[in-house]
Ligand binder design. Structure first.
Ligand code: HGY
Ligand code: MN
Ligand code: MN
Length: 420
């Protein structure tokens, strides 16, 4: 080892700017939805960078991408670091990409100084964290821990009508130099850097969040079915209008859920109307509901409220209602020992931090079921995310990567700062 490994901030910032051109949107964000051409291009770019540094590149049957730097003991489970490269349709350039590229920068910093770690260090880019094109989210990490259904997901249709199996095959094919590996392997620890996607760190003026856990998430798809009819000739008493039922149910839920509990989150993010003609009373209205809460029992009571309000509205408007659950992620806690390793890394670096629970779900929550896991948050401007205006300062990007490097060295049993 020539010198102590150091994050090359300029290189990392350049990488982030470079990846932001892949699927770039006119408003400065990215549209790199899972298994799309943009997602494949980003994976390809990362694999090319990895091969150029002599790292091993692997992918599995759900297209999770792994980049490995061998340790002294290749047989011991690697330290895994990383995040995701897929984005929302109008996503920011940092959500996922920051964690994945910071992890790759850690690997490069180790390689730059030839430092030896006992454990191998692997960078991962998880497939379909967002779930915006193909539901559910976190498909890659879910499959990795044996909680997914790769065969069952093959015929899933994306919001653009594409078949998941076809897109997945094309994605795997687009990276021939990535050696295939089985889905799921032993990991000694997993650490993910991510933007907070909320305002807490920025308001506190603290650069690092020690994420102790993640709140629960459920995704419901509600369909009201009525009777298509003429907009001009059908009086109120003859209408079986699913739009009237949907609007009434949503309005009622907005009144009773979040105002009653400041920790509750309820979002109707997507709606489709059939036949969607200006002068036809719809036959069917379908919409999604995303609910979040730190307590699982409260999530269940919110779900029961949704069921009751939708059924009451369906009865009142003489239509049918059908509710499906597409995602059910219980709240979870991260490993205290890994949180401590990150905390100690911050101390050695002289970086202040604070503990917090994540409002967003992350692949780390799934991985925490099979390996000691925790996350490192950095602030984002005004807490804005899932928005093209998402922004992180260069200073916070650098601090996040430095803490990740220090943490990875501890976990991989490499040298650590000011070691006695
Ligand atoms: O929706 C989420 O919480 C994550 O950011 N995909
Ligand atoms: Mn994310
Ligand atoms: Mn996201």
């Amino acid at each position: 080892m020539t010198s102590y490994p150091k994050i090359n901030a300029r290189r990392l910032l350049q990488r982030i700017a470079d990846f932001a051109t892949i699927g770039a949107t006119p408003a400065g964000g990215v549209n790199r939805q899972a298994l799309s051409i943009g997602d494949r291009t980003a994976r390809r770019r990362l694999a090319e960078l990895a091969v150029a540094r002599g790292f091993n590149v692997h992918q599995d049957a759900i297209a999770n991408l792994f980049i490995r730097r061998e340790g002294r003991d290749p047989s011991s489970p690697p330290v895994l670091i990383g995040s995701h490269l897929d984005s929302q349709p109008t996503g920011g350039r940092f959500d996922g990409a920051l964690g994945t590229l910071s992890a790759f920068e850690v690997l490069e910093a180790l390689e730059d100084t030839g430092v030896d770690t006992e454990r191998s260090v692997e960078v991962v880019s998880w497939t379909n964290e967002e779930g915006s094109r193909f539901s559910p989210g976190c498909m890659g990490s879910m499959a990795f821990i044996g909680a997914g259904d790769i065969a069952g997901w093959q015929d899933t249709r994306g919001t653009d009508g594409a078949r998941l199996g076809d897109e997945l095959a094309a994605t795997l094919k687009a990276l021939p130099e990535a050696r295939m590996r089985p889905v799921g392997h032993a990991v000694s620890a997993f650490v993910e850097v991510h933007i907070e996607q909320g305002p807490v760190l920025e308001r506190a003026g603290i650069p690092i969040g020690l994420v102790t856990g993640v709140q629960g998430t459920r995704w419901l798809v509600v369909s009201f079915s009525g009777e298509a009819a003429h907009a001009g000739t059908t009086p109120l008493e003859f209408r079986k209008d699913p739009m009237a039922a949907a609007v009434a149910a949503i309005a009622q839920l907005q009144l009773v859920v979040m105002p009653a509990d400041p920790m509750a989150r309820l979002t109707v993010g997507r709606m489709s109307v059939e036949p969607s003609s200006v002068n036809v009373i719809p036959s069917r209205v379908t919409f999604t509901i995303d609910i979040r809460h730190p307590q699982e029992d409260v999530l269940s009571s919110i779900e029961a409220q949704i069921d009751a309000e939708c059924r009451a509205s369906a009865t009142h408007h003489m239509v049918e209602v059908h509710i499906e659950k597409h995602f059910d992620l219980a709240p979870g806690k991260f490993d205290v020992a890994i949180v401590d390793v990150i905390d100690n890394a911050c101390e050695r670096l002289g970086v202040s931090n604070m503990k917090l629970v994540s409002g967003a779900f992350h692949d780390a929550l799934f991985v925490s079921k099979v390996a000691p896991t925790a996350m490192i948050f950095v602030p984002c401007r005004d807490g804005i995310s899932h928005n093209e205006a998402e922004f992180v300062t260069s200073e916070h990007i650098e601090i996040g990567a430095k803490v990740l490097l220090e943490t990875a060295l501890s976990l991989a049993r490499g040298p650590i700062l000011n070691a006695p």
